[in-house]
Design a protein around this ligand. Sequence first.
Ligand code: NDP
Length: 279
Amino acid sequence: MRTVQYPIDFNVSDMTDLYTVFGNPIAHSKSPLIHAEFARQTGQRMVYTTTLAPLEHFADAVRAFQAEGGRGANVTVPFKEQAYALASARSERAEAAGAVNTLNFAAGEIYGDNTDGIGLVHDLTENQGFALAGKRILLLGAGGAARGVILPLLKRQPADLFIANRTASKALDLAGRFGCRGGGFDGLADRPFDLVINATAASLAGDLPPLPEGIYAPGALAYDMMYGRETPFMAAARARGARVADGLGMLVEQAAEAFFVWRGVRPETAPVIALLRSQ
Ligand code: NDP
């Protein structure tokens, strides 16, 4: 595994396909490890690095990587919206998200996709054993992460998808765009949900969204998109009797979908999730 900083230099064999993840900061990224495991498992000849893109020069960094023979890339904070703007063609799920986390440079164009939402759906349905059809879902947050998961969740035909956000107007706006319901946190009291997804950035700051009593139906799953530590959201949900999951599985599943977009091969995610959990 190799870390490439901007400006980019490559000394890898011509036979090896190059991928990277653009972010700022990026040193913390687990994506190189995940994709190295996927490549080893499936016998794909590829190298996946990290690229610290300058805040003001994301597009230049992408074009430089493409010109040097890069085949595709992931994009993380704070560049997903810029990647959306840069893409010359986009998937339906990228259009719905208004953000791109996966770039594919096949056929000379910059194809933008968004695999975050399907990553969440795969983690819920395949790793957590949670079927979404007919379920009442509460989605907390109206930022980039929330926007990216709405269409893939709706495609699984839940009974209800309610979007709640600290700034209620943003939730109402998103709900209107996707034809579901939305509002602030205060209107949620005693409305039980089968699945509550925390897509706010509250956990990053160690905060708990102000959730009223009665939002967890018996047997409900509380899912925090953040990973790496028990968050106040997870602790509070556990105390209210909910089953709890973090976003590590989503991270690995979104990577698996990106790997499929690039290579046309689906890697096994369970051993990689287990590897990351063991670290
Ligand atoms: P954004 O900054 O785009 O969104 C911020 C959202 O969080 C807004 O809705 C904001 O509300 C809300 N918020 C922020 N602080 C608080 C608080 N203290 N209480 C309540 N609401 C709050 O962030 P992202 O959407 O990019 O990321 C959200 C989370 O999702 C992060 O924890 C990120 O790590 C995680 N994530 C995980 C992924 C994975 O693969 N597991 C993938 C992508 C994201 P308001 O509008 O009122 O400001």
